[in-house]
Design a protein around this ligand. Structure first.
Ligand SMILES: Nc1ncnc2c1ncn2[C@@H]1O[C@H](COP(=O)(O)OP(=O)(O)OP(=O)(O)O)[C@@H](O)[C@H]1O
Length: 291
């Protein structure tokens, strides 16, 4: 591996009383990549990410984030990290611009507040009080506060919850731009299209373990899985599963002597693969090599 490692985790564990939230997680996140953490409610995603952010103590394992143990965070280390938590509650009477400017002062080399406000699509609301914004607009303020410090590493916890479709697309562009500039990004999301659009790699966490990890386009054998070829004939929909969809399509084209009515060739979506991965606890044990 030539790229530098931004985050290295070995054997991470964390329990809350009897609940084993994280049961031995290993992770390597490279500098500059976008890494998405997926998994059902209660899987242990937030616990893991909060430990990486230095906001929660671990029980066991080794963790290094930008070469620092987040269990012993320093002020300098914190200034290199951006965190977008769930929505800020205490906005007082501050306007969007005042709030972003205020946070900029905490960092040694902040981005330009007006530029950041523009980037998150709030230019027209810069003079509006944060508490008077809609839910999705407030979320954009959270994102602005997460990136104002020009972080090397940005954590995003379900960043687009409450965004309208246009705002989500705009946010994806913002994240891609930050990534192009070299920012390492770790995001948790329940939107699989978001993970697929943004992430270089994803990890699926279930029952406190990683059940699969890799490129979202090939995860769980997705790229080599059988394709489904479907078409219509005499008002009836037909479908076959095949490992050689090109051959099937060629045969159909011959049979119809040209255009095949309503032809579609589909492979499993990331959602299909994801749902299979989180199906049973037994699958988690096997994938994690922990029978
Ligand atoms: N502060 C806490 N005290 C006690 N139990 C907790 C605490 N935080 C989380 N848990 C438990 O730990 C497990 C993992 O929770 P975690 O918040 O890490 O899941 P998650 O994957 O982030 O879920 P979600 O998708 O719902 O945000 C759950 O069973 C949860 O009930």
């Amino acid at each position: 591996m030539t790229a530098t490692t931004a985050i290295k985790v070995r054997g991470l564990t964390k329990s809350y009383g009897d609940v084993q939230a994280v049961r031995g997680i290993d992770l390597d996140i490279r500098a500059g990549e976008v890494f998405a953490v997926l998994g059902p409610n209660g899987a242990g995603k937030s616990t893991t990410v909060e430990i990486l952010e230095g906001h929660r103590k671990r029980d066991g394992g080794e963790v290094s984030v930008l070469s620092v143990d987040p269990g012993r965070p320093t002020r300098e280390w914190r200034s290199r990290i951006g965190v977008v938590l769930q929505t800020i509650e205490e906005a007082g009477d501050a306007t969007v611009r005042e709030m972003v400017r205020h946070f900029a002062r905490y960092y040694p080399d902040p981005r330009d507040p007006d530029e950041v406000i523009e980037q998150v699509g709030l230019a027209e609301k810069a003079g509006t009080r944060v508490r008077e914004l809609s839910g999705g607009q407030r979320r954009r303020v959270d994102v602005a506060l997460g990136i104002i410090g020009r972080p090397e590493l940005l954590f995003l916890d379900e960043p687009t919850t409450g965004f309208d479709p246009e705002a989500r697309r705009r946010f994806w562009e913002l994240i891609s731009g930050l990534s192009d500039d070299g920012t390492t990004i770790v995001l948790t999301t329940h939107y699989l299209d978001e993970a697929e659009a943004l992430a270089d790699r994803v990890a699926v966490i279930a029952w406190g373990r990683i059940v699969a990890e890799g490129d979202p386009h090939t995860l769980g054998g997705r790229a080599t899985a059988k394709a489904s070829v479907s078409w219509s004939q005499d008002g009836v929909r037909h479908s076959v599963e095949t490992g050689t969809p090109s051959r099937t399509v060629a045969e159909l084209a011959r049979r119809f002597d040209g255009e095949v009515p309503e032809l579609a060739v589909t492979r499993p979506t990331l959602e299909d693969i994801y749902l299979k991965l989180i199906e049973t606890p037994a699958a988690a044990g096997q994938e994690a090599g922990d029978e």
